[in-house]
Each structure stands twice: as structure tokens, then as C-alpha cells.
Design a protein around this ligand. Sequence first.
Ligand code: ADP
Ligand code: MG
Length: 547
Amino acid sequence: TQNPETHEFQAEVQQLLDLMIHSLYSNREIFLRELISNAADAADRLRFEALQTPELNEDDPEPRIEIRVDEKARTVSVIDNGTGMDRTEVIDHLGTIARSGTRRFLEAMTNDERQNAQLIGQFGVGFYSAFIVADKVTVHTRRAGLAPEDGVLWTSAGKGQFEIASLPREARGTEVTLHLGAEQDEFLDRFRLKSIVRRYSDHIAIPILIAEENGELETINQASALWMRPKSELSDSDYHDFYRQLTFDTEPPLATLHNKVEGAQAYTSLLFLPSQAPFDLFEPEGRSGLRLYVRRVFIMEDREHRLMPRYLRFVRGIIDSDDLPLNVSRELLQHNRLIDRIRAASIKRVLDALERLAKEESERYNSFWSAFGTVLKEGPVEDPANAERIAGLLRFYSTHETSAPSVSLADYIVRMKPDQDAIYYLTGESFAAVSNSPHLEAFRKHELEVLLLAEPVDEWLTTHLTEFDGHPLKAIAKGQLDLNQAESTEPPAESVSNLIERVKTALGDRVSDVRVSHRLTDSPACLVVDEGELGIHMQRMLKAAGH
Ligand code: ADP
Ligand code: MG
């Protein structure tokens, strides 16, 4: 080797390593899943890069992952012919944590080892799991397209530092070798390794091979795209395994939607509705929901929400098109009628499934709602064409139901008074603030139900969702309220007029008007905004944001 250099791990990496070794020990076999998943990612990335630059394939276009065992040296290696890494990439990717993953991973760690084992995959810190079983790890790699002399060797004992050196490498791609620690001999057993691969990595769509003692290669996994198999051949547990490998979610999905669309423009979609929210659901850079394939070849993740809109970003799964060109670019995806059609059909499938769930299994729907309701509320704004359907899926607290947000607009309409002309709602900063608001007094007196909206997104929602099923939605904290025409048209008595004048003088410019109200039964006064103006809560939010 040449040009050896010693580098320190980022402090957080070392902390993570120590924690991981202790807290994952009884699930340590997952190191293999993580190394295989990195190898498969590298193969996918190479396929994508080679669409533009075919030379990268270097006469070796078939992706493959190989496991090699050396009993004498007590090593296990995972070898891929993916992109490989150049020197800078090695330093950046295997020594620091580029994504904000580590700190949050550390915070999210629990006492549940199984849970932690899934978290590793979600947070992008999988490589380091090698140190649970190894007391030394080497990575020998060569970037596709670079010369053999540009090979790099990374070595670390996982104790604060790593060494990096040049070492020529003929083969493109990466070889990760684990020098097993004491008492880790079980991982020299090929039978054990094969069963781990089948358990965790069966649905990786690239062949995973193991070199037998006599040198022969055996393929361990199915290596076929599960979504291409007929539904009738697939069991719930096949789908669940696939889902788990795709998402690292610990819970099985709430619903699985597998569709094959035949005809002039054929594609297959396999969509999952998760049952719990991922940690990054509300982050702008959160992991995207869908993966796009063209004829079984992975093309890209749907980071720009082209296949599935943002308000359905919790949907996970794959879309595999037979008719898109293999060299699709992001630009092409932006203006492609086939993609438009796939998107519209996928939205429809998800909304259908949610409607079905709401109708047939309301309890499971409520648990879906508590995980993803806030996201779905972005829907009427983002997707006006489906606003009415989405509105039908929304659930709220109301004066009629304060224990859980389970009131649908349809439920509300059923309970409306015969002469009631609107669906009433009140928005505010918190459930406590809205449910104790003086605005509700007159409605309680008249036994009129009011929806209680306390999430920030509700302000946006209600500016766009102005009616449902022919009934207008009306903010009870806005404008004149004519709950009782007769009362409100009576001219105020002289003493009341005098009071109003005095209040107006006292408040001056701070209010635009002071009126007699029939909204209140107990409280002396309340603030109201004019019809068509932003709600008070929205005005406060904008002010707080510096507007
Ligand atoms: P994640 O895979 O979620 O990004 P990891 O800790 O598993 O997190 O891997 C860190 C990074 O190291 C990867 O994102 C990738 O850039 C690089 N890497 C790891 N293994 C390989 C490999 N076999 N080939 C190419 N790059 C790799
Ligand atoms: Mg990984």
C-alpha cells in the first residue's frame, strides 16, 4: 500500500459505534443485511450512471453481490461490482456522517434491541454495524471509470480512527472484509450466513452468491422482482418481508396495493400504507416514498414527488414501467404523459384504499389518522382536483366529540339542525384554546356542533376547503354571525350604544369596529375578524414569522 494516512472518526461516529456494539449485540447478524443493502445500492447507482456513461460497465454489466468466507483468516467478505468509491468518497462516507442521521439515531435509540436494529437502516448508519462482530474491518474499493491504480484501502478497528491508503484493485466495486472478533465464529458457517441472507435480503433484486468451500458459487436469494410475480403466488408474509426490506419499518403495513396495468402503457405498482409514521415525515429532506423502475431496472427515488404528491408522502413502494425509456431523466419525468397517468391512477388507488378502510375498519382508520392525518390535511390545497374526496377522509374534534379526532364531515352533516346553513368550525392554537373559546357559547346554547381545529395546517386547509357536499364551511370567529336573525337585527338600546361608543374610544385604532354580539352567553366580549380576512390564529402565526 502507498500514501497511508490516519484519520480520526467524527466524534459522533465513535459514540455511535460504542452504543451500537452494546445495544445491538443480540441482533448482531443484521450487519450482513446492512452490508448487502449498501452493495445493492452501489449496484443500483452504477446502473443509473451507466445509462449516461456506458463505459462505466467495463465489460461487466451484470450486477452481483458475493459473500466469501476464509476460515483460516477468520474473515467474511461482501463483494460487489457497483460504483465503488474514490479516495474522497471513502473518507466522506466511511468516517463522517453526512446526513444529520447520527444524532437523531442516538436520540431515537430505545431499550428494545429489535427496534434499534430496524432504526439503523432508516437512519443511514448501517455500515458501522460491521463493528458489532468484527474487531477490524477493511474496505478495498475502486470507483467505476477510474484506473486500477486508483484503488483505495480503508482499515479500522473501530476505535477512534481509520487508516486510508492506495492499493491497486483490478475489479471495479467494493470488497468489505470483516475480521471477526472472538466468539463470532458462527459467522464463518456458510449455512448460517445463507439463512441470514434469506431472512433479511431475499427480495434484493440482484443475485447474492456465496462461494462454497470447493469454490463453486451458489445463488442464495430469489433475486427476482417480487412485484412481477402474480398476486396469487404471493402470501401476506411475502409482502410483509418485502415491505420490511424496503422500509425498515418494524410494523407490518396497514394496507398493500398490488396492481398490474396491461395495455398500450403497461406498468406495475406495489404500494404500501404504513401503520406508523417514520421519524422524518415532516422533514423537507425526508426519505421519499416511491422507487421508480423501468423494466425491473431501478431508476430513481421519487424525491420530487412526481409519482405521488407530498400529501401522500407516507405511501411507500415501487412503480415499474414497461414503456418509459431506460434513460429517463428528471427533466423528462417532469413533462411526461405516462407519468401523469401513473400518478393519477396511484392517487386514486390510495384514496380508494383509505375510503375502504374508513368505511369497513373505522378503528384502524383512526389509527391511520393519528399517524398521518396532519399530512393528509395538506391534500385539498395541493390537489384541488381531489379536494372533495380528501375532505371526506378528514377527521376532526368537535364540540360533539372531544375525546378523539374522529368526526368526519359526513358525520357532521347528519347531525346538522334542519335549518342549519353551514358547517361551523373554529381554529386556534391548541385544543385547550379552541375548546374553551367564548365563541362557542352561543353554539352550545343552540346545540349546534362546531368542529374544533387546532393544528397549524388547519388554517391553510380551511382557506381552501370552503364547502363540502354542498354545505359551506364557516369560521365562527369571523364576520357577523346570524344564529338568530330576529335578535341580531334589533337596534341596540341607548345604554348599549353608549357603552359601544366608550369601548370604541378606548380601543381606538386597535379595532375596526365594536358590535353587539349574540355569540356569547357568559363572556362579556370576544375578538372577531371580518369575513374574508385571515383568522386570528393565522394573523398571529404570520406576525410571529415576521410579516
Ligand atoms: P446508508 O447506506 O444509509 O447511506 P451506510 O452507513 O450503510 O448508510 O453507508 C454509508 C455510505 O457509505 C453509503 O451511503 C455509501 O455512500 C457508502 N458505501 C457503503 N458501502 C458501499 C459500497 N459497497 N459501495 C459503495 N459505497 C458504499
Ligand atoms: Mg446502508
